[in-house]
Design a protein around this ligand. Structure first.
Ligand code: NAD
Length: 401
């Protein structure tokens, strides 16, 4: 199969395995070049195939020699399809982790189901040493079937209140596109909370606690976002923000339960804005992210997801530089939200026109990161070569649930 990028409206429909290998190797090399830390011995990552979850898997393995289990929902290759980027991320990340002498395991299937929770619990009991000391909840999903009722809910990216019109950037064409984001109904808000709120995270923790699989001083973290004024209507004050508030409330509930049960803790971590499969489709986000990168590069504080996550784990989760806000949330987004950064981002966004967008904002980093995450844009990969997917796929070791 010859694999050229197939991207429409900031969604990638294919991935190049050889480019993905480069992308994974780059992240591992970066992490190996940073200080190590004494972190968890055994971690479970829910949503560890792409974005922040993948960054966490790599940072833990190569920064702290942590054994990892990853649960993700990814498309496998077929005669006609390349398989998703997350599928190949899993394959190459797990191979490198095993080569480093660590234990790692991939479950592919629906994290929201009872069946997945049971399979993971069995594996922890029988093959993973009996207990975990960290669970990272890093899911981003468009839908969820509640396993207790069988009802499927969909999340929506809408505003709450008045509709909002703003610009976004099409990665494929480089064009600025005007988008109007509709106001959500009460039902859409509730459904987004059902999918992206804290209910499933709580079910995972309660189930693993009942099964006695959480070690003493166990930690669990979830990744949240607050962001600046520039994105607040679409993000924090929108449907997804309502779900994040629910997630944060769940963290405080779980924290009390875990303190009592295993002397543990549950923490909501507010991460910085990053280009990922989930964020690239959020209207306005591509422009904001390009302005942010422009400013943060100039100030020499730009971080890719794996660098951001590595700083979080070294300094704030397993180090002594934890920064908490008044609500008890961990705040590695402190660099993004610095006043000098945000005032410069706002000034840039206020000047954007179709003519200057690619000169005043760092839109090329946005597109290049997105392409790299799907295995494209690497100089030493021959994109005209015929790729033997079944042969490459032999490296992928996973359990389908
Ligand atoms: P992503 O799309 O890169 O990753 C989502 C992960 O969820 C993937 O591993 C995917 O396989 C998995 N997944 C989705 N549905 C699943 C299912 N039913 N069963 C099993 N796995 C499933 O997204 P991301 O941007 O890395 O987001 C991860 C978390 O970080 C989210 O909670 C997001 O809100 C949060 N966050 C993201 C940003 C950002 O700017 N990207 C900023 C702050 C916080």
């Amino acid at each position: 199969m010859i694999i050229q990028p197939s991207i429409r409206m900031n969604v990638a429909f294919n991935a190049h395995p050889l480019g993905i290998k480069r992308y994974i190797d780059q992240q591992i090399a970066d992490i190996k070049g940073k200080p190590t830390f004494v972190g968890p011995k055994k971690a479970l990552i829910i949503g560890g195939s792409t974005g922040y979850g993948l960054a966490t898997r790599l940072s833990l393995a190569f920064g702290s020699q942590t054994d990892t289990i990853n649960v993700s929902l990814e498309g496998q290759p077929t005669d006609k399809r390349t398989g998703s980027s997350g599928f190949w991320n899993n394959a190459y990340a797990a191979a490198a982790i095993r080569e480093a002498g660590l234990v790692t395991k991939d479950f592919i299937g629906d994290a929201f189901s009872f069946e997945m929770k049971k399979c993971v619990a069995d594996y922890i009991k029988k093959e993973f040493g009996g207990k975990i000391d960290l669970l990272v909840y890093s899911l981003a999903s468009g839908k969820r079937t509640d396993p207790r009722t069988g009802i499927t809910y969909s999340s929506t990216l809408k505003v709450i209140g008045e509709p909002l019109t703003g610009n976004t950037l099409d990665i494929n064409t480089g064009e600025l596109l005007e988008r109007t984001i509709e106001a959500a109904t009460t039902e859409e808000i509730a459904n987004t909370i059902k999918v992206m709120g804290g209910e499933d995270w709580k079910m995972w923790i309660e189930f693993l606690l009942e099964e006695d699989l959480l070690a003493d001083t166990f930690k669990t973290v979830t990744y949240s976002y607050i962001g600046p004024k520039a994105t607040e209507k679409i993000y924090r004050e929108g449907t997804i923000g309502a779900a994040k508030e629910d997630m944060e409330r769940t963290a405080f509930e779980l924290d009390a339960v875990l303190k009592n049960a295993v002397n543990g803790e549950a923490l909501p971590v507010v991460c910085r804005a990053a280009v990922t499969r989930a964020s690239a489709v959020i209207p306005i986000f591509p422009l904001y992210s390009s302005a942010l990168t422009q400013v943060m590069k100039e100030k020499q504080i730009e971080e890719l997801p794996h660098e951001h996550i590595h700083r979080l784990y070294i300094d704030m989760l397993y180090g002594n530089k934890r920064e908490l806000d008044a609500e008890g949330r961990v705040r590695p987004d402190n660099w993004e939200l610095r006043e000098d950064v945000q005032s410069e981002v706002d000034a840039l966004l206020a000047q954007v026109t179709e003519e200057n967008v690619h000169t005043i904002l760092d839109t090329s980093s946005f597109s290049n990161i997105f392409l790299a995450q799907n295995g494209f844009g690497f100089e030493d990969v021959d994109y005209s070569a015929d790729i033997d997917l079944p042969k490459l796929q032999e490296i992928a070791i996973f359990e389908e649930v």
